[in-house]
Write a protein that binds this ligand. Structure first.
Ligand SMILES: CC(C)(COP(=O)(O)OP(=O)(O)OC[C@H]1O[C@@H](n2cnc3c(N)ncnc32)[C@H](O)[C@@H]1OP(=O)(O)O)[C@@H](O)C(=O)NCCC(=O)NCCS
Length: 150
């Protein structure tokens, strides 16, 4: 797996990735619909310096995104995280998350925060294994707030 930052010109790679996702995977991203257009919009945010997008690409298919993490440019970074359905459960997510945590730490950020649905035990497991702690919940009580402080 090779991991790198996506550029503002790679909206189509993101669009293809988003439209490949199953209904169940998209559900965990609610309210984001993960459409092709969302891919292009996220690429524009890279251009405006609002977010970075880290992509994991298989060695044998380097043009096809296997997993993605968007990260804001704030002192406490906010994350969104997703792995292509057929690549889930193979360690891609943990490898990508470790890369992003190491990058944020090296950049001198204060930490990382995120929200995760309480009925998403796999993601919660991955976050806790990576050092995140539950620190609260969203107003509607359906998501945990989790943080990793550096
Ligand atoms: C959550 C997600 C990003 C994780 O990526 P991944 O590549 O599938 O994860 P990995 O293969 O690296 O690791 C999965 C881990 O979860 C564990 N796991 C799998 N199902 C589980 C479950 N139901 N409950 C608890 N742990 C579970 C695996 O055993 C493994 O842990 P281990 O290495 O300690 O054995 C990915 O599954 C995904 O995209 N899911 C849908 C979208 C999503 O939920 N995004 C997160 C939104 S906050």
């Amino acid at each position: 797996m090779s991991i790198r930052l996506l550029t503002k010109d790679e909206g189509e790679i993101l669009g293809e990735f988003f439209t490949s996702l199953s209904e169940k995977t998209v559900y965990f991203f609610h309210p984001h619909k993960m459409t092709y257009e969302d891919g292009r919009e996220q690429a524009k945010k890279i251009d405006r310096g609002e977010i970075r997008i880290f992509g994991a690409f298989p060695e044998d298919d380097p043009g096809k995104l296997a997993g993605y993490i968007f990260a804001t440019n704030e002192p406490v970074v906010k994350l969104g995280f997703c792995v292509r359905d057929e690549c889930q459960g193979q360690g891609v997510g943990q490898e990508l998350l470790k890369y992003v945590i190491d990058s944020c730490r090296a950049e001198g950020r204060k930490g990382i925060s995120l929200e995760v649905f309480k009925d998403n035990p796999r993601a919660i497991h991955v976050y806790e294994k990576s050092g995140f702690k539950i620190c609260g919940e969203t107003d509607d009580k359906v998501q945990h707030r989790m943080t990793l402080n550096f």
